[in-house]
Write a protein that binds this ligand. Structure first.
Ligand code: SAH
Length: 269
């Protein structure tokens, strides 16, 4: 039997900066009796929003069974559970295996979006990921690690599209990433690495496929970083004194073009 009110809310805690949790996520965290957070990446500062007497668990040192027992027992006792994932919970967060168990136990749950580190990293780079005439597609992917990746989704295959790519969970294998990307992108394609986007110690390394691996090694970045590659990166403001990347100027977006009519605005001509 599940008592009234028992529910698990999977909440995207955002990339790090505590203000980047959504208003809804923060409210649910404030109301939660039990909080389970992914301590390896979720900023503990978001826990300041939790009730003083909430039971708080760091899932980093727990296995799936232990995590699920805490959440299932609490929800069955009519408690509200906030399960905090880094970024957005629908990307690389093992959400489904937790949700499957809740379904089996007939425990209600909801998923509350968060700001993915892919978006926070693009913001840190001050770059738009889609631009007319350059690319209209963004690929979220990763290099194969302990988790396998379907053959058709190898980086070398995806690179052939020349779309913008946000590569998660792969910074520890930067040389391999570059080697695979070279199958599709030219060597002068801009690429950037954002370490701990929105945290106080955020670091940005920009380069091209020719030099990024070496720059990342020199910067000592080995984990918690997003790799973004693609021609839209060459469009941002140049860092002072740098000569990086090739900077083809993209076409302007049609959205604000004076000749472009859309639902809310008649064209100027
Ligand atoms: N659900 C998360 C991703 C979890 S997988 C999201 O939407 O962001 C963990 C990977 O996300 C890390 O290996 C890294 O590639 C990336 N990541 C998480 N937080 C990050 C941050 N603050 N800055 C850069 N990359 C980050």
């Amino acid at each position: 039997m599940i008592k009234k009110n028992g529910i698990v809310s999977f909440i995207g805690a955002g990339p790090g900066e505590p203000e980047l949790i959504t208003v809804k996520g923060k409210r649910l965290l404030q109301e939660a009796d039990v909080v389970v957070y992914a301590g390896s990446l979720v900023n503990e500062k978001v826990l300041q929003y939790a009730k003083k007497d909430a039971a708080i668990y760091n899932s980093a040192s727990m296995n799936l069974e232990e995590i699920m027992k805490v959440m299932v027992d609490a929800a069955k006792a009519g408690k509200k559970v906030a399960r905090l994932h880094t970024g957005d919970p629908i990307l690389y967060s093992a959400l489904q295996e937790q949700a499957d168990i809740l379904e089996r136990e007939k425990i209600p749950y909801e998923i509350v979006s968060g700001v993915s580190s892919a978006f926070a990293s693009a913001a840190a780079l001050k770059t738009e990921l889609t631009m007319p005439e350059i690319t209209q597609t963004v690929i979220f992917t990763r290099l194969e690690g302990r988790t396998s990746v379907p053959a058709k989704e190898r980086l070398s295959e995806l690179a052939r599209h020349n779309a913008t790519m946000c590569i998660f969970l792969s910074i520890g294998m930067m040389e391999k990433v570059v080697e695979e990307l070279k199958h599709g992108y030219t060597e002068d394609t801009p690429i950037a690495v954002v370490y701990r986007a929105t945290w106080e110690d955020e670091k940005i390394v920009r380069g091209t496929l020719c030099d990024i691996a070496e720059k990342v090694t020199r910067a000592g970045i080995e984990r918690q970083a997003m790799i973004i590659v693609g021609r839209t990166l060459g469009q941002g403001p140049a860092p002072a004194g740098s000569k990086q990347g090739s900077r083809v100027k993209g076409q302007k977006s049609k959205l604000y073009d004076k000749d472009f009519e859309h639902g809310y605005r008649k064209s100027d001509v």
